[in-house]
Design a protein around this ligand. Structure first.
Ligand code: AMP
Ligand code: MG
Length: 323
């Protein structure tokens, strides 16, 4: 873990207070942080990411008490917060009448997504700033999520005032998003906390419907490298890189990276975005991905991979990027 000088946190707080963007590490991926109570600052997040404005953002807070000031908790919500915070679980709940978070962050909904990140730097920053931060992944919309400070600098450059460097992200995929404003808890996006662990506390989850809510986690093409991605591959074809999983990775691909030679899904999740990025080379034609088991964190990994492999919007050629 990188130790940061207090002056870096002070600098970050000053930039945030001035409405500027500060990227910071969380246990999931690097977040593009902004003062959630400022409409202008939140708008700059959408602008910097090129993100469709109908996608709502997550408000990051230091603890449950801070979250209770923003949204109205139900009992299942509190149980989940106690069980998994700080951690990669996001709860979507009705906004409090006096919720100070910009309505832009809710993208027109009367709900708000909240989370307590499990990272010492993120918690220090939240404590020092004293207001909730919106912090979607610090990448251009549709592209790979950043799991290292260098990824953020490459993608966003001078759109961010500062990148706090906390080393590589431990979990490596985004948070699990649970909707708690309906009759039953719903899985809106699989992520760092396995859905099974959530169900052990609140019972069976409803699957996210095809309702009006389209979250980035529900856009078909998202999390995409520039190269086309081919799933369920047993071996790479000529010109393809191989993203392998498990001990029996075939040899002979133009480039091979194994997400976890021991078949450990947590290790695979932590490596996912960084490895896709390393294989996304202009001298290759595509990325072939071996099957990943559909259990635990494998569900989140496969969800991201299916979107990386989905047809890209508005690009007739295969090499186009998503939005
Ligand atoms: P990201 O900030 O990139 O980690 O993505 C935020 C995720 O939370 C997306 O899947 C959003 O659609 C989801 N989300 C955020 N706010 C809400 C909300 N009010 N209702 C439903 N989903 C939400
Ligand atoms: Mg994202």
């Amino acid at each position: 873990m990188t130790i940061l000088r207090d002056s870096a946190i002070e600098e970050a707080v000053a930039a945030l207070a001035a409405g500027r963007l500060v990227a910071f590490p969380t246990e999931t991926v690097y977040g593009l942080g902004a003062d959630s109570t400022s409409d202008t600052a939140v708008a700059r997040v959408y602008e910097a990411k090129g993100r469709p404005t109908f996608n709502p953002l997550i408000a990051h807070v230091p603890d449950l008490a801070a979250a209770e000031r923003l949204v109205a908790f139900s009992e299942p919500g509190r149980q989940l917060a106690r069980a998994f915070w700080p951690g990669p679980l996001t709860l979507v709940l009705p906004r409090q009448p006096d919720c100070p978070v910009s309505l832009l962050a809710s993208a027109g909904l009367d709900t708000l997504a909240v989370r307590v990140p499990d990272h010492p730097l993120a918690l220090r920053l939240l404590g020092a700033f004293g207001r909730p931060l919106v912090a979607p992944s610090a990448n251009l919309s549709g592209q790979l999520s950043p799991t290292a400070a260098a990824h953020v600098r490459e993608a966003l450059g001078d759109k961010v005032a500062l990148v706090l460097d906390g080393g590589p992200c431990r979990v490596g995929v985004e948070s699990t998003v649970i909707g708690l404003s309906g009759a039953r808890p719903a899985l809106l996006r699989p992520g760092g906390v396995p859905a099974e662990a959530v169900e052990a506390i609140v019972g069976a989850l409803e699957a996210a419907g095809d309702g009006p809510l389209r979250s980035p986690g529900q856009l078909d093409s998202h999390y995409a490298p520039a190269l086309p991605v081919r799933l369920e591959a047993t071996a790479a074809r000529p010109g393809e890189a191989l993203l392998a999983f498990g001990p029996r990775a075939p040899t002979g691909a133009a480039a091979t990276l194994d997400l976890s030679p021991t078949g450990d899904l947590a290790e695979a999740a932590a490596n996912l975005f960084a490895f896709l990025r390393r294989l996304d080379r202009s001298d290759l034609d595509g990325i072939a991905v071996m099957p990943i088991p559909e259990r635990g964190l494998g569900r989140a990994i496969n969800d991201r991979l299916r979107r990386a492999a989905a047809p890209r919007p508005g690009t007739p050629g295969l090499k186009g990027r998503g939005t």
